[in-house]
Write a protein that binds this ligand. Structure first.
Ligand SMILES: O=C(O)CCC(=O)C(=O)O
Ligand SMILES: [Fe+2]
Length: 251
């Protein structure tokens, strides 16, 4: 997994990893996480919760809704984040759209949707910050480095077959069994609290599956849409005006 590590100051190295592997990991991105954790727990208490089989989740549709939570807000609204988004999207985008806080503490028989190996139906670049230590047993984000190119192709093909978000086939083991790709191929992206993970949501990934009821994971993650098909751009404009659909950016 150390071949996915980069240094926060090495922007070129981070971009290279994102392009070649679909993921970059920055251990010890921040050393003092306690204020961030305090704010994240307040948001979980104060905001409306989404239904989430693994525990609790709050969806923040626009990052600006977090403005009074300075530690959380600053983590995703800064030059470093904006620079990476701009360069990775060739200046199509420059800022974080929204965010999620997820708190996983329930072991389930049937996984939540993000627990299945998948690529996201809408492509985004995500910054994912570990507020607790993350290990295989507490629902680590897991992925197949380098699978983002195949994910990109499959996502575009899937959208050609339907116009309905919920019908887009994105679960690898269920929807694409012929690939014979599955949990046996994933690696858990483990890290201590303060780790930042950046990934392209076309990568095959999953997370949140706890191995026992004692382990817990708390994560703060942002998402920024990448429009790489004409219909994804048009869909976004439609969503903006109609506000009919609230996308779930975990899958
Ligand atoms: O919970 C996880 O680690 C995976 C979440 C996920 O699928 C996503 O952020 O797109
Ligand atoms: Fe996902």
């Amino acid at each position: 997994m150390s071949d996915l590590f980069s240094d926060k100051n090495d922007i070129e190295g981070i971009l290279l990893l994102l392009r070649e592997k679909g993921i970059a990991v920055l251990p010890n991105y921040i050393t003092n996480v306690s204020k961030i954790e305090k704010e994240a727990r307040e948001v979980l208490k104060n905001f409306k919760q989404n239904s989430y089989l693994f525990g609790e989740a709050v969806q923040i549709n626009r990052l600006s809704l977090l403005k009074t939570y300075k530690e959380l807000y600053n983590l995703f609204d800064n030059h470093w984040v904006n620079n990476i988004i701009s360069q990775y999207t060739n200046n199509q985008r420059s800022k974080v759209d929204g965010a999620y806080i997820t708190y996983e503490y329930k072991k389930t028989d049937t996984p939540e949707r993000n627990g299945y190996l998948h690529f996201d139906r809408d492509r985004t670049i995500k910054f994912m910050f570990y507020i607790t230590d993350v290990y295989k047993n507490n629902g680590a984000f897991s992925c197949i480095p380098g699978s983002h190119s195949l994910g990109n192709k499959l996502r575009k093909e899937a959208w050609h077959k339907t116009k309905k978000y919920a019908s887009v086939k994105n679960r690898i083991e269920i929807d694409y069994p012929d690939l014979a790709i599955g949990q046996k191929d994933v690696i858990p992206i483990e890290g201590t609290r303060g780790t930042m993970v950046i990934f392209d949501s076309d990568i095959f990934h999953c997370g949140g599956n706890l191995e026992d009821d004692k382990s817990q994971r708390l994560i703060f993650r942002s998402h920024t849409s990448i429009y790489d098909t004409q219909h994804s751009y048009i869909r976004n404009i439609n969503n903006f005006f109609t506000k009919l659909i609230s996308r779930n950016h975990l899958y």
